[in-house]
Every structure is written in C-alpha cells, then in structure tokens.
Design a protein around this ligand. Structure first.
Ligand code: TRP
Ligand code: ZN
Length: 873
C-alpha cells in the first residue's frame, strides 16, 4: 500500500451549511472505557442553503448507540451511519430535533483529539475537528449553537466537573455519583466545546469587570501543585484588566476556568469559559520554571483569554480564515506582553521567533499564504505563517492607519461581527470604513506566500544637503514572475555621527514611516548636513528581508547612536551574521571593540537589551541567509569561532558584568522582567566566557550550578556546561536528573539540553534517553523535548552527513504516526528546509522521506506534510 496525496478542500468551494443547529443539549456519563454521550440537537434548514438537501453529519471513529428524530426511532432506510458520519437522506424542512447516543473510549484515545484522559483526568480537545469524535455533528465553525452540558460521573474518581459557560446546577446522585449542569449562553461553534472531569486542585480569585460583573477565576491543576498555579492565575487577572483598558473588551460569563493537563498536542486551547492548557504553560515555581517559562505562561494565558473576543465572540466562517483569530490574537498577546515587560526587548524576541520559524517556512516547500487557499489537513495549518506573520499583518495595519484609527477599527470589527462567523474581508472592511482607506492592495499580504525582499540604497549629495534613498521590493510568484506589489510600511530615519538627524525632512515620510506601495520608489531628505547612515525598517515595521548593504562601520554607528532600539540590535546582528558567513579576523576585532564600547556604555542600564545584543544569530538563521548548499558543520564552526573570539577579547567586560550582577544574597526570586533581564545578561556573560575558555568555563558553570537558587540560573549554567565535553558535564547532568526525578517538566529541559549537544555522540545519547524511565512516546511534551529539540534545535546532528540524524527522527515519526498523527506530522516538518542543504545531505534526507511513503496506513496528517515537503520547490 502506498500513501496517496490526500484530497484538497478549497476556499473557493465554500458554501453555507444546508442546515443549522441552534441548541445542543448534552448528557455525558463519564466512564474510563465507555463514556456515553446523549446529544439532542435542535436543527433547522438554513435559508441560505439548498432546500431538501440530505443532512450529512460529521463523525470520526464514532460508535452509534441510537438515533431518534423528533422523539421517534429512525427507520433503517432513512439514514446511513458509519464511524465517519451519519446522513439523513430526507430531513424535515422545518425545525426538528435529532437525538444521538454515542459511546467512546477516552482511555484508548491516544490522538488527544475529542474526549480523552490525561493522567486520569477527562478532558476534551475539539479544535479543529475533534467534536465529531464525541458525537455526530455539523462540525464547522459557521454552525453556532447554544450548549447545555450535563456531566455525570463517579464522585470519588471524578470530584471536579467543568464545562463551558456558567454552572447552573449540581448535586449528588445516590451515594457514589454526582452531576453538574453547565450552560453557555453565547452561541459557539463546536470547536469551542469543552469539558473536564477529574481529581484537581485549584487556585482561585475574583475579578470585577468594567461592566460590574463579578467573575470567579480559577486555575485547576494536579492536586498538590496549587502553589504553582498562582502565577498563571495572576496572569489571568492582568489579561482581563488589560483587554478592558487596551481594547474595551470585558469578560462575559460568571466564571473563567483554566485547567492544566499533562498530555496535550499544542500549547493551549481557548474553549469558551474553560481554557485547557498544556501544563507546561501553567505550572511555575522558581525551583522548576525559568524566566522564559514565566514569560511564556503569561503570554499564553493572555493569548487564550484574548480569544474570548478575537475568536469566540467573533469566530471564523471557515478554517481558511484561521489567521482572523490566530494572527489577531497573537498580535494582542504581543501587545500585552510588551506592556507588561520591556516593549523593545519584546519586539526583538518576537522578530527572532519570526525569523527562526516563519521565514524558513515561507522559503521552503511548506510555504503557504497567511490565508491558505486549499488544505488537505487543517491541523497542519496551525503554522508560524498563520500565527506570526498573521500578527505582523495586523501590526502593519496599525502602522499604516495609526493607533487611533486602528482602535476605532477594532471596535467596529467587534461591534459588526459579534456573535458571527467572520472572514478576513469583514476584518479589513471595518478598518477601511473607519479610516476611509482603500485596503484592497494591502489585502495582498493575506494572499501572497513568501517573504518579500526590500532593497534599499542611499546616495548623499553634500552640496545640495540632500540624501536620497532608492527602495525596491521584490516577491516573485511560483512561476518566477514578479507579482503585484505589496503595501510595505517602512519606518525609517537618518543617523549622523553623533545621533539621529532630526532636522532632515522628507515629505512622503509621515510620522517616521514611508509607505512603499509600488515596485520602486525614490525619496529625498532635505537639510542633511552630514553624510548619514539610514536606519530602515525601524522596529521591524514589516516582515520582509532587508538588503541594505551597510558597512560594518555604518552598522556600528547605528548600534551606538540610533534612537530605535530594534535597529541598534539589528545592526550588531548584521555584523555578526556576516562574520559567521564570511569569517574575517580584522573585522572580528573591530566588532569586538564596538561591542566592548557598547557594554561599557550601557550594558548595566538595560541588561535584557544588552543580553540580546550579545546573543549572536543562530545557526538556523545563518543557514536561512544562504541561497543554497547549506553545510551546517561549516556554519557551526564559524559561529563557535566567533563566540570563542568574543569570549576571549571581551573577557574583562564579561567578568565585570558577572560580578556586578551577582544576586543579592537571600533576596527572593522574582520573575519580573527587570530581574529576568539581569539574570539573562549575567548568564550570557557566563556563556561567552566559557566559549572563550572552555576549561575555566566548565569550572565556573559548575560553581554556578551549585550556587543557583532558581531554575533560570541553574538551567543556563547547565546549558553552558553542555557544550563542554568532559566529566564535569556528565556529573552535572546526572545530578540534575537525580534532583528532578519526580518533575517531568523539568526533565523535559534536561532532555532538550542533551538533544541539542552539537557532537557526534548525541545520537547515541538520544538512544539512551529514549529508554529513560521518564521518556514516553505517548506524551507530546516528552517527544518534543527529546526528539523535537534534536530535529529543530541541533542542525549539525539532525543533518549529519551519514543520514543517521534524519533516520532517528523518521523512526520516531513512524512509531508515533498511528497513535498521535498530529504530533508525528509536526515533527516531520523539521525536514522543511531539506532542499537547501548541500547535495549529499539533501540526498540522504530525500531517501529518508521517500522511505516514509512506504509506511502502510500513514495518517492524512503525515501524508500531507510528506507530499508537500517532497513536492513543492
Ligand atoms: N486555538 C489554539 C490556540 O492557538 C491552538 C490549537 C489549535 C490547539 N488546535 C489545537 C491546541 C489542537 C491543542 C490541540 O490558542
Ligand atoms: Zn490561538
């Protein structure tokens, strides 16, 4: 049996549903192996649909117990049913009810879609198409219903019963059982349905909305871990307050619940009133979570909460509009984090993420428009492009129309589409209306895949005191032809020898932004009295690749004097990137000198920013900058040499930083961004010191490990030590494992650090770790920590010339595909850049990928990724 290319669903084929469902009444009896779902659906023909059409309900792996129409059992000849669907051949052409009883086995559900059990806790995951694994349904987001859910279970096994909306009734049944009834008054698509049942502890607090509604907010976790839920709960409250002040959006139910589960396919899910989270993004204590974990928890709690408006109150008409909720909600959570933390530092972190994940995706065979036009498996489109480039589009829109019109447009969008399933066109039309602008050309950002290239050159005329910039954009279509131009907001300014040239003027530049909406443009600044350095794409005003051909000296002027923190950071990155791609001793020295001056001047004034300046572009980013023939070993060596050189030549500075940032003895750990910034700079200094002098570095890192009073410092020291082969490293790794033997989430960090060691022995280490008692293929976090970190975070070993790294990942995909296809397919995307590798490695990758094709019964998820990875250019 050979894997076929799965059939495509196309945007242009969208049709409204022939039937609608207004109300859903569920009665669910939880049982480990035979959970019974008794569903009553209130249906009616859709006036916008085709009259007399058959009713085709979706199903996936369902076992039908009984079906009745308007109270009467259905005759066998009026319907067909299979695990994959139920059809009524001639449904009534007036409102009617359908009562469906199905039975599912939550314990056997390894796909973690639909109703499943995670460490004994019953939970659901319905986005994108998991509800059809619970009951037969019109499982599409434009079918919105009001849900009432009665849950019944054994009281000892399942003391906590949670559903969407508000709790309206609960009580005992006899001695052993109990029930709860939840009602959600807000109509919603099935993908937002959720229930949870289990033995859970909670942290709880109250919040009063701007409308005066009292809300009980709770975070449910494994009993005993309640103190680790406090930070997430605090993030909930801050998110609620922020959405009111920043967007005027209050919460709309009496309760808001968050539940942490340990087996989860992604980060978290925004089910109405009942967000379900991967516990990695809830649980935090100074002993178990790093500063990065705290920041991620804050961001993801906010993200899911913000979906209550951008996703739930206004949902998507169909899955092609996924960016409508995801891109917008990422933009909103980024704004939240920027307000909670340092805005420039956060912006740099966002862009690093975009370049690490979205740029390579947009440059490889898995590229797709932010609004895809066709898909075989929607779960494969929860991508960096939809989420992160989607957020960049919203950000550009705000830059183009201004913050005030943007806010008015958001208000308009929410007002016009509340309770509806909307499209990207609905979104844009709200902004077009309030701003009076024509956004037709701007909308191309949603349609055109690939990262545009923006080329800029400058010319100075000292006699005329005039500086001219020539800008050109390029984004070829699949056929190599230049497509219609995009609307690119280019934030820019000029920088003189001692600072920004504030007197220079240029009419087309408004509020520091030039809008490039043609293939090319030339703009001139007047009153320029010295030769400036252009600072272009400030704050990364558009998701493009910039060709600006500055010299190192010009870049160092930006690092020293630009008013835009992003471009100061970018300037140092640009120099470092070139030094990795084309090593040069003289230029390396000059770079070290400039960095030294920078560190002397202000490292301690903004430690988080300084730490980012010291973080050189990753090996992945260097690979991404090359046109083809990528040799990961060469990139690794060049980057290692640069780090080593900087470690040696800046050693006194790093030692000074290290000493200046010693934490106050006895001071309690605080995850706030200023404290985290100090830790990040001190740990960056430690890491570069070790790069410059591995022997002394190993010693210092081992001491730091012993002294550490929090996971941030401990893990940073371990990561530094992991790059230095020897006894000290192995002893530290063993110690760490013993210390956290009962902490799966901490052992994930330990798996990840080892999986990323850039040494030939790592594959053997991974084989050993796969047999470690804490490792299991059934838990997605474990798989991502060990195999995911290897595939996505260890370029030299994943792409080993002998193909053994590819083989390791392919074997995991093969072993996982039948039990959890979503996680398997995600892992397979690590091959996305295989064609850009040098020939022998690319040949090995192709050989491995072709080998997967032969796996019998390969999932649609993996088959789709495979077909596109091998197919597209
Ligand atoms: N909608 C979720 C978010 O981004 C993510 C999500 C989509 C998801 N599909 C999922 C989470 C499947 C878990 C499992 O907020
Ligand atoms: Zn989301």
């Amino acid at each position: 049996m050979r894997t076929e290319t799965p059939p495509l669903i196309r945007l242009e084929e969208y049709r409204p549903s022939d039937y609608l469902i207004d109300r859903v009444d569920l009665d669910i009896r939880l049982d480990p192996h035979a959970t019974r779902i008794d569903a009553t659906l209130a249906l009616r023909p859709n006036p916008a649909g085709i009259p007399d059409a058959p009713l085709n309900l979706d199903g996936d792996d369902l076992h039908l117990v009984s079906v009745a129409l308007d109270g009467a059992a259905l005759a066998a000849d009026v319907y067909t049913a299979s695990p994959a669907g139920l059809s009524l051949l001639a449904p009534p052409q007036k409102p009617f009810t359908l009562r469906l009883v199905t039975e599912v086995d939550p314990t056997a559900n390894t796909k973690l879609m639909g109703l499943y059990r995670s460490s004994g806790v019953y939970c659901t995951q319905c986005e994108a198409d998991g509800f059809r694994r619970i009951t037969y349904f019109l499982d599409r987001p434009d079918v919105m219903a009001v849900y009432t859910t009665r849950i019944e279970a054994d009281r000892a096994e399942v003391p906590v019963l949670l559903g969407n909306g508000n709790l309206i009734e609960s009580g005992p049944i006899g001695d052993d059982r109990h029930f709860a009834v939840w009602h959600d008054p807000h109509p919603k698509p099935a993908y937002l349905f959720a229930l949870v049942g289990g033995r859970l502890g909670k942290a709880e607090t109250r919040f009063t909305t701007m409308e005066g509604r009292p809300v009980t907010c709770a975070v449910y976790v494994e009993p005993g871990k309640e103190p680790r839920a406090d930070y997430a709960l605090d993030a909930v409250i801050r998110s609620m307050a922020w959405d009111e002040t920043a967007f005027g959006r209050p919460y709309d139910l009496d309760v808001f619940n968050v539940v942490a589960v340990s087996d989860f396919n992604m980060g978290a899910m925004e089910n109405k009133g009942l967000n379900i989270f991967n516990d990695k993004y809830v649980l935090a204590s100074p002993e178990t979570a790093t500063d990065g974990d705290y920041a991620a928890i804050e961001a993801i709690i906010a993200h899911e909460y913000f979906h209550n408006w951008s996703g739930n109150r206004v949902t998507c008409r169909d899955w092609f509009q996924l960016c409508l909720k995801e891109g917008l909600t990422v933009f909103r959570d980024q704004e939240f984090s920027s307000d909670m933390r340092s805005r420039p530092v956060h912006r740099i972190a966002e862009v690093r993420g975009l370049r690490a994940r979205q740029f390579p995706e947009d440059a490889g065979p898995l590229r797709h428009p932010v609004r895809p036009r066709a898909y075989a498996e929607i779960n494969n489109f929860y991508t960096a492009t939809v989420y992160d480039k989607g957020a960049e589009i919203v950000r550009m829109l705000r830059t183009l129309i201004g913050a005030q019109a943007f806010r008015a447009g958001m208000d308009r969008y929410f007002a016009d589409n509340d309770g509806r399933a909307a499209t990207v066109e609905d979104f844009l039309s709200a902004f077009a209306t309030v701003s009076g602008r024509d956004l037709t050309a701007f909308a191309r950002w949603y349609e055109r895949p690939g990262t545009p290239r923006l080329s800029i050159s400058g010319h100075y005329d000292p006699q005329g005191a005039r500086y001219t910039l020539r800008l050109a954009q390029s984004l070829p279509d699949a056929d190599g032809q230049e497509g219609p131009p995009l609307v690119i907001p280019v934030a820019l300014g000029l920088v003189g020898a001692s600072g920004p040239l504030t007197d220079a003027t240029c009419a087309p530049v408004r509020d520091g932004v030039f809008v490039l909406d043609r293939p090319e443009a030339e703009i001139a600044f007047e009153g320029v009295t010295e030769e400036p350095v252009p600072s272009v794409l400030r704050d990364f005003s558009a998701p493009v690749r910039l060709d600006l051909g500055l010299t190192d000296a010009q870049r160092m002027r930006l690092l020293a004097h630009d008013s835009d923190p992003f471009n100061r950071w970018q300037a140092a990155q640009d120099v470092a990137l070139r030094l990795i791609l084309e090593p040069d001793a003289r230029r390396m020295e000059a770079f070290a000198e400039a960095l030294g001056r920078f560190l002397d001047g202000e490292a301690l004034a903004d430690p988080a920013f300084a730490a980012l300046v010291l973080a050189l572009p990753s090996e992945g980013e260097a690979a991404d900058a090359l046109p083809a023939d990528v040799d990961p070993d060469a990139i690794h060596r060049a980057r290692r040499d640069l780090r080593s050189f900087l470690g040696q030549s800046l050693r006194p500075r790093f030692k000074r930083i290290d000493a200046a940032l010693v934490p106050v003895a006895g001071a309690p750990y605080s995850p706030d961004s200023a404290s985290a910034g100090r830790r990040s700079l001190r740990n960056a200094a430690l890491d570069l010191l070790a790069a410059g002098d591995p022997e002394a570095g190993a010693q210092r890192a081992a001491e730091r490990l012993a002294d550490a009073t929090n996971m941030t410092d401990r893990l940073a020291a371990l990561a530094t030590l992991a790059l230095i082969p020897g006894e000290t490293r192995e002893a530290a790794l063993a110690d760490f494992a013993a210390r956290y033997a009962d902490e799966p989430l901490v052992l994930d960090k330990w798996f990840a650090i080892q999986a990323q060691i850039p040494e030939a022995g790592t594959l053997e280490r991974i084989r050993r770790l796969q047999a470690h008692p804490a490792f299991t293929l059934t838990n997605p976090n474990r798989v991502r920590a060990l195999i995911g970190s290897f595939a996505f975070g260890n370029p030299t070993q994943f792409a080993r010339a002998d193909g053994a790294g590819f083989s390791c990942v392919v074997k995991t995909v093969a072993a996982l595909d039948s039990t959890n296809p979503q996680v398997a397919a995600r892992l397979l995307t690590a091959f996305g850049s295989w064609r850009r590798l040098e020939k022998s490695r690319a040949a090995k990758a192709a050989e491995m990928l072709n080998g997967i094709k032969a796996i019998p019964g390969l999932s649609r998820d993996s088959a789709d990724i495979l077909a596109r990875t091998l197919g597209g250019g």
